[in-house]
Design a binder for this molecule. Structure first.
Ligand SMILES: [Zn+2]
Length: 412
């Protein structure tokens, strides 16, 4: 009896410490190719809607800021790269699906994860192999020599097992195999960071436009996605894990037929995001963009993005703390005026940095000069900067957030 009490106490102590140990964060993002937001809103695909009940659904956009230096075509590979680098085409340099000269000096999320914490387990499940070999640039010296811990792709190159037919049924079959493998690996191994890419919806869009075939392809992939959602739910029940899932699309489609995309019309730019996040901030409700997903996932995973990478990110997190957004800069003579939206009421400050070079483009270091510290709640700041440069990069930042904007035309 004497021993019994300490033992009971020990059990109690263990259960208390288990309850208090922080959950391991995990993140998985999915791109469903080429589905405009209005189609999702009309169809209300059951799995997407179910997931959004735990977090949210929002309209979002791709294509950069229209008519500015970072406008980017609403084409697939540029769209995927917007997401995985958290930057627009003027930085990542992918303008079409040929991916001729991607600029790897803007790190993708897998490189950020692998370089900041090599123990993180990374995985890609994809109907298009170029996502891993060209966009992530797995194994390439210039892309940081990173190796993913797991990948499932290359099926579209196997024309024996997946003979290419005109109706793209083989793509539907590959999507299904990709989802099934992702669900299996999530269930069994629970990778820390995963990307699932699925293509069939875009093929149906190109072939049939706004049509039953297109809508059915969305409902059919939505049904498949249940497997991944169930795998995540099971992981959370079984292990002390906190999963973030983010599902989005790479572009919309043209309004006339629904067959095309690539331009800057509202419907081609109009995307959407579904997530289960319990930690959404105000920015989620304000039509976020595809480049906001990277900092959101990093916030969830607790990844501290290297400073020189963070300086160049074009997104604002919609998960976690939000201090400011929508940085804009104008210049009149030597006077530069910055404006932003503030979400803080206290006296917290942001630091303002400027540089007149763009050396990171070639993998070199830009020397940013600190020009001041300003209360975030002031919403704007003006300063004089004597320089005969025609180009400036401006970064505002705090320990938890950073934003940047360009002024003038970047040197070639
Ligand atoms: Zn696409």
């Amino acid at each position: 009896m004497k021993n019994y009490i300490p033992f009971a106490f020990l059990l109690f102590a263990v259960s208390i410490s288990l309850a208090q140990s922080p959950k391991t964060p995990k993140a998985l993002f999915i791109i469903l190719d080429g589905i405009p937001a209005d189609v999702i809103e009309k169809l209300q695909p059951p799995t997407l809607m179910e997931i959004s009940k735990s977090g949210g659904y929002t309209r979002s956009f791709t294509g950069g800021i229209k008519d500015t230096y970072n406008q980017t075509p609403t084409i697939s590979a540029p769209g995927y790269n917007n997401l995985i680098t958290g930057t627009w085409g003027n930085k990542h340099n992918v303008w079409d699906n040929d991916i001729n000269d991607p600029n790897y000096n803007y790190w993708n999320i897998f490189r950020i994860a692998e370089k900041t914490n090599p123990t993180l387990v990374t995985a890609v499940f994809s109907t298009w192999t170029d996502n891993r070999t060209k966009l992530i640039g797995e194994g390439l010296e210039e892309a940081g020599h990173i190796e993913l811990d797991y990948s499932f792709d290359g099926l579209e190159l196997d024309t024996i097992k997946y003979p290419h037919d005109k109706n793209a049924d083989y793509i539907r079959n590959i999507d299904e195999a990709v989802v099934a493998d992702a669900a299996k690996v999530v269930t069994e191994q629970g990778p820390d960071l995963s990307w699932v890419y699925l293509e069939y919806t875009d093929d149906m869009g190109h072939q049939f436009g706004d049509s039953d075939q297109f809508r059915n392809s969305i409902l059919s992939i939505d049904e498949q996605l249940k497997k991944i959602w169930e795998a995540i739910t099971l992981r959370e029940k079984t292990f002390n894990e906190d999963w973030l899932i983010v599902i989005t699309t790479d572009h919309g489609r043209n309004v006339e037929t629904g067959k095309d995309h690539g331009g800057q019309s509202d419907r081609e730019r109009m995307t959407w995001i579904v997530t289960n996040s319990h930690n959404l901030n105000e920015h989620f409700k304000q039509t976020p963009s595809v480049v906001d997903i990277l900092p959101s996932i990093c916030n969830h995973l607790g990844i501290k993005i290297p400073e020189e990478v963070r300086n160049e990110l074009d997104g604002t997190p919609f998960v976690g703390d939000l201090e400011f957004s929508d940085l804009k800069a104008t210049k009149a003579g030597s006077k530069i005026t910055l404006e932003w939206k503030s979400y803080v009421k206290d006296d917290r400050k942001l630091a303002v940095y400027i540089c007149a070079s763009n050396k990171i483009k070639r993998g070199d270091r830009d020397e940013y000069i600190k020009v001041g510290e300003v209360p975030i709640k002031s919403w704007n700041h003006s300063f004089s900067f004597g320089s005969n440069s025609e180009f400036f990069k401006i970064v505002i930042k705090t320990p938890s957030q950073a934003a940047n904007t360009w002024l003038g035309t970047a040197p070639k």
